[in-house]
Design a protein around this ligand. Structure first.
Ligand SMILES: Cc1ncc(COP(=O)(O)O)c(C=O)c1O
Length: 351
């Protein structure tokens, strides 16, 4: 009954075991403060629950446009940026035209392309985990894919690919997607080029800045691109509660969000320094709210031992170029301390 391309897929899996410290999904470690939740509660009470949401998310788009210095017409919202990745894969190019991306990277680029039966071009990163310019260039020249997805910074490696290389590659591609899910922790962006009508669109999400439960993502692009994407968007994809909560948090709670992301950035630097001090541990540079690190022991063993001690990190060691690697999200100071203490114990026990 199901298409072969669907039977080949596997359903999304994530570690759901309850642990004392969860550092596996790159979420913001801080929940909204009580005073802000009270404001959210009040705003929610005013929603007409019997009515469909605003399909254009008009007010939320205005707020986001102002925050990012663009026009509301440059924005379309998704049920998470995941949905926008799917919409792009649906709408850009003909079905027989391919989708390219470096690997390892965020898995939804592959899942969406595979679901829609599009040809896939996966280009392994270099050993330095930067984009392989020559190999990517060859794919673009030889196969002319419709989309090049770039996670900027890259998940799971945490680094920003060289901008010069990306600029040279962008000249060869129909449309590049700069997926800036971790923008708030790095500040590098393609927004200017995207709104000037160059061949790039930007993806952003509220998931990494404290609102993962809402499922709100955004695409920023030239007006004509946004207009086309509105044609394939499910009409009521962002629920009224999500629109209302996001509006309250991004206006009245914006200082909280800014302070929280700043705290994560300083914790990132502290955690990095502390991890680097541990014997045998290699830490990779990161511009996001997570790190890759490697120990002298098999990653599965370290992952399991940490879990037994109450810390959940992500095992990414099965991915190309990431043998022995684990990914840890930056948590609150006390969570990071707990993780460091448990990692030290694990290394001692295994050593
Ligand atoms: C690079 C990247 N893009 C997109 C997403 C998905 O974000 P959302 O929660 O908005 O669907 C993630 C989530 O981890 C991500 O790492």
């Amino acid at each position: 009954m199901f298409a072969k391309r669907v039977r080949k897929l596997s359903a999304y899996k994530t570690e759901t075991s309850k642990t004392k410290v969860k550092l596996s999904s790159n979420e913001l470690p801080y929940d909204l403060p009580q005073w802000l939740k009270e404001k959210v509660k009040k705003a929610l009470a005013d929603i007409p629950f019997n009515r469909y949401p605003d399909p254009y998310a008009t007010e939320l788009r205005e707020i986001l446009a102002q925050l990012w210095g663009v026009k509301p017409e440059n924005l379309i919202l998704g049920n998470g940026s995941d949905e926008l990745i799917l919409n792009l894969t649906l709408a850009v190019g003909e079905p027989y035209e391919g989708i390219a991306y470096p690997i390892p990277t965020f898995p939804m680029y592959r899942v969406c392309a595979q679901t829609l039966g599009r040809p896939i071009y996966e280009i392994p990163l270099g050993e330095d985990l930067d984009i392989d310019e020559k190999a990517t260039s060859e794919v673009l020249d030889n196969y002319n894919p419709a989309l090049l997805f770039i996670s900027y910074p890259n998940n799971p490696t945490g680094n920003l690919f060289s901008r010069d290389r990306l600029e040279r590659l962008r000249k060869k591609v129909t449309l590049m997607v700069s997926d800036e899910a971790y923008y708030d922790f790095c500040g590098e962006t393609y927004i200017k080029q995207a709104t000037e009508g160059q061949n790039v669109v930007v993806l952003r999400t509220l998931s990494k800045i404290g609102l993962a439960s809402l499922r709100v993502g955004a695409l920023i692009g030239e007006e004509s691109i946004v207009k086309e994407l509105f044609k394939v968007k499910m009409p009521f994809n962002v629920t009224s509660p999500s629109q209302v909560i996001a509006k309250v948090v991004l206006t009245e709670g914006i200082d909280f969000i800014r302070e929280a992301t700043q705290k994560v950035i300083s914790e990132r630097e502290r955690l990095r320094a502390e991890l680097q001090r541990l014997e045998g541990v290699k830490v990779f540079p990161s511009k996001a709210n997570f790190f890759l690190f490697k120990t002298p022991f098999p990653a599965e063993v370290v992952h399991k031992a940490l879990l037994q001690k109450g810390v959940l990190v992500r095992n990414v060691s099965y991915l190309p170029n990431l043998q022995g690697c684990l990914r840890v999200s930056v948590g609150k100071a006390e969570e990071n301390d707990f993780f460091l203490e448990k990692l030290q114990q694990v290394l001692k026990e295994l050593g």
